[in-house]
Design a protein around this ligand. Structure first.
Ligand SMILES: *[C@@H]1O[C@H](CO)[C@@H](O)[C@H](O)[C@H]1NC(C)=O
Length: 585
């Protein structure tokens, strides 16, 4: 418990204590990771390359967020003293074998960059240089940057900014050389005075941009889509209220009048003895609602926290670790909601129900994670979690997530009001359901119910993908929150409309239908992910592909659970409302 608390605070802490240095004091530089420029989630430890390595590698302890981000920091051999310039100084000499050379050549061909860290500031540069030119004869030359020049900006006794320049000295050619070859690595350091404040330094880091900034927010298209969505919601609400008004007028007419209008006695009124007939697979149904409610709460919470600036925007990991921890602590919601509805629907196997609710997301997550992590292990990347982190995450689920689900479930079961308090009685014998034309089939409903919410967020999806799967930093959480609210309102509106159409076709099986018709948004998001991966990003390779599709599938599953739940609850409200207002004979 104490460790988790420390983790929560360290993960959520957006700022760290400002380090102060005396003149000439030793400044630690850490080497972190290397990886292909275009694959943000394929990173390796710097010392996996044949570079200058200290005799004993000392690792820095990291926060959960940093570990999830693929950081693995170790002390470097560069000697930095505060405000002391260093002219070209030798770091070490490395003698390359043929395998070492091949490793370096492959890395440079894949545009590997390295990342060092000085006083929390990431310093990035390319490890080599690729020169391709001439059509005939085609030249293809590979160079290694053996000299690094560090620029460090300071203000008073604090470090404000740091970067590295590789181009101060000509690079070493790696072509046509006879092994073993000895390469001398050197470095130099220059300290610059600046009057930038310590508080502004992260902005300075963000603007310095080693990675391309392509994220221009297209305000016009965002506003455009929002206006369209509001119009859509408005139309649905207006039309539905008008139709309902005329329905009520028709159904609630006096007896005598109804007699000479029997031909009108169809539509949703006549299924009032069936509309509250509980669906098949009750337990699974309730578990979906439970986990869906948990994710609705989780997403709302994370967005609110992000808007209040509680995360370090430079590290995705700080949001990831907060999500993991909050997931465990909000598990009580899924247990409570699932067991409560299950009991009210008359279910009696509540133990099974709670277990289902607690594994409905955790099991697929564990499965996907196992596959991704095994592949990452196979590649030896730093994206593979070390076993201590794995044990910690397991413990978090076993000692926090699961028990909270059970506790929530017990409360949910015991506090459940008896019965579903349905406004109409359900008959024992089910009515026959008339067949419907194709445009009213479940499949069509799923397409409409998935496509409309998807199109409401499609403009923003690009930014979200570019943030999660690229190097972008999406700091406009306010917009994200509005988009989230719009997504939920559209989902609620569409599912109410679709439920109305289904009931007026005298089909009373709206329970599962409402979940699937809105939940199918997840399928559309996945289709968009395919498009993004192949057309909008430069990611490549098996490892990055497995990570991308594994975690995207999980996110789409979360979309399904969340939107399905929102859709069901709004449909339930709607169905209750129309049948309460119906005068029953
Ligand atoms: C690195 O920092 C120095 C000093 O602040 C600056 O003059 C230089 O342009 C920077 N180089 C790069 C590549 O950003």
């Amino acid at each position: 418990m104490a460790t988790t608390l420390v983790l929560v605070t360290s993960a959520l802490l957006a700022f760290t204590l400002a380090a102060q240095y005396k003149d000439g004091e030793k400044v630690l530089m850490y080497v972190n990771k290397v990886g292909p420029y275009f694959n943000p989630h394929e990173t390796y430890h710097y010392y996996q390359l044949p570079v200058c390595r200290p005799a004993k590698i000392e690792h820095k302890s990291l926060t959960l967020g940093e570990v999830l981000d693929g950081d693995r920091m170790a002390v470097s051999m560069y000697e930095l003293d505060f405000k002391t310039n260093v002219e070209k100084k030798s770091l070490c000499k490395v003698s390359f074998s043929e395998t070492d050379l091949q490793l370096l050549r492959d890395a440079i061909e894949d545009l590997y960059y390295f990342e060092f860290v000085v006083d929390e500031i990431p310093i990035r540069g390319f490890i080599g240089h690729l020169e391709e030119g001439g059509f005939l004869p085609h030249t293809h030359k590979i160079y290694l940057w053996a000299h690094l020049h560090f620029n460090i900006e300071y203000n008073g006794n604090q470090i404000i900014f740091a970067n590295v320049s590789t181009k101060e000295q000509p690079p070493v050619s790696l072509d046509n050389i006879n092994v073993p070859v000895e390469v001398a690595f050197t470095y130099s350091v220059k300290w610059h005075e600046t009057n930038l404040k310590y508080e502004e330094r992260m902005k300075r880091v963000r603007d310095s941009g080693f990675f391309p900034k392509t994220l221009e927010i297209h305000w016009l298209s965002i506003i455009n889509s929002m206006v369209l969505v509001f119009l859509l919601i408005g139309f649905v609400v207006i039309i539905l209220t008008r139709i309902l008004k005329s329905d009520f007028a028709r159904y609630n007419m006096d007896e005598e009048e109804t007699e000479d209008m029997d031909q009108d006695d169809n539509g949703w009124k006549i299924i009032h003895t069936d509309v509250f007939r509980f669906p098949a697979y009750k337990s699974l149904f309730c578990a979906i609602l439970g986990v869906g409610s948990q994710f609705l709460a989780l997403a709302t919470g994370i967005l609110l926290m992000a808007m209040m600036g509680m995360f370090n925007v430079h590290r995705h990991g700080s949001i990831n670790s907060a999500a993991v921890i909050l997931y465990a602590f909000t598990s009580c919601i899924s247990g409570y909601v699932a067991a409560n509805i299950y009991r009210r629907m008359g279910g009696d196997n509540w133990v099974w129900n709670i277990n289902l609710a607690s594994t409905l997301f955790a099991a697929p997550f564990f499965l996907v994670w196992c596959v991704v992590n095994s592949v990452a292990w196979g590649y030896g990347t730093t994206q593979a979690l070390p076993w201590t982190t794995v044990v910690l995450l397991m413990a978090l689920w076993i000692f926090v997530g699961y028990p909270l689900t059970v506790i929530g479930g017990i409360f949910g079961k015991n506090w459940a009001t008896s019965g579903f308090d349905a406004p109409c009685r359900t008959k024992n014998i089910a009515r026959e359901i008339p067949s419907v034309p194709w445009y009213r089939s479940g499949f069509t409903h799923c397409i409409i119910g998935g496509f409309l919410p998807f199109s409401a967020i499609s403009v923003e999806l690009y930014y979200i993908f570019a943030t999660v799967w690229g190097r972008e930093q999406y700091t406009l959480y306010g917009i994200l929150f509005i988009v989230y609210a719009i997504l939920l309102s559209v989902t609620a509106c569409i599912s109410v409309a679709l439920t109305y159409f289904q009931l007026s076709a005298e089909d009373y099986r709206w329970w599962w239908r409402s979940i699937f018709s809105a939940g199918s948004t997840g399928v559309f998001v996945f289709l968009y992910a395919l498009f993004y991966y192949f057309k909008r990003s430069n990611m490549s390779g098996f490892l990055q592909g497995v990570e991308f599709f594994g975690y995207t599938m999980l996110s789409c599953y979360v979309f399904f659970l969340m939107l399905g739940t929102a859709a069901f609850f709004s449909s339930l409200q709607f169905v209750r409302y129309i049948y309460v207002n119906l005068k029953m004979d």
